[in-house]
Design a protein around this ligand. Sequence first.
Ligand SMILES: NC(=O)c1ccc[n+]([C@@H]2O[C@H](COP(=O)([O-])OP(=O)(O)OC[C@H]3O[C@@H](n4cnc5c(N)ncnc54)[C@H](OP(=O)(O)O)[C@@H]3O)[C@@H](O)[C@H]2O)c1
Length: 207
Amino acid sequence: MKIGILGYGSVGKRLAELCTQAGHIVTIGLREPSAITSDLPYVKKSIQEVVLESNILLVAIPFTAAVETLRPFADKLMGTVIVDCTNPLQADWSPLFLGQENSAGEEIQKALPQSKVVKAFNTIFADVMSTAAQQYFSQPITAFIAGNDTAAKQQVIDLAKAIGFAPVDAGDITSSRYLEAMAHLNIKIAVGLGGGTNAAFIYHQKH
Ligand SMILES: NC(=O)c1ccc[n+]([C@@H]2O[C@H](COP(=O)([O-])OP(=O)(O)OC[C@H]3O[C@@H](n4cnc5c(N)ncnc54)[C@H](OP(=O)(O)O)[C@@H]3O)[C@@H](O)[C@H]2O)c1
């Protein structure tokens, strides 16, 4: 599967490593591809190029930039699975509140009405998005997955499993409200209260 990842920060880099290890071809989309001069183990291209060629597009840029970055490509992204990894945050990582009946995931779905937006990976710290870190924990880290399109959600569930997480179907895209609140809590414990980012949610279910 051709996976495009927008952003090569903490999350983009880690997800690129995990997806590559799982056998996928990853291309990184950057607003200025020439700004990264070091050798990347992935092809780097402009955001436009990556948008046009990816079967599945992981959004790993700040939410505050995501809608304006993606909206111009709304037609080109018709039918594309967009994996929204963002959290609505202010510059100091405190919550950016979008209202009780709204979320970053829903804002991105509204901006791209013909795309299949799936919220995923936003509750997982970049520091634990690696095979080494996944082994700190006695069970796989949970990846909560939410989206309106069942087939797209299943594709992301399969991807999450392939890259070492335990996917949990969290419902439709409105569940982004809860998943983003979980991320706000995660950041508060890790950063605000000093708990650190080598931490993760594990959802236990009795079968
Ligand atoms: N860090 C975590 O543990 C974590 C966990 C889960 C979810 N998230 C979410 O994942 C997203 C990425 O987080 P991160 O920690 O990887 O951030 P980061 O390390 O700051 O990297 C941000 C990336 O986004 C790009 N970017 C910034 N502003 C942009 C713009 N206006 N247009 C296009 N690209 C832009 C940056 O590229 P340039 O080099 O061009 O600036 C960089 O590649 C955020 O939405 C965050 O809330 C983070």
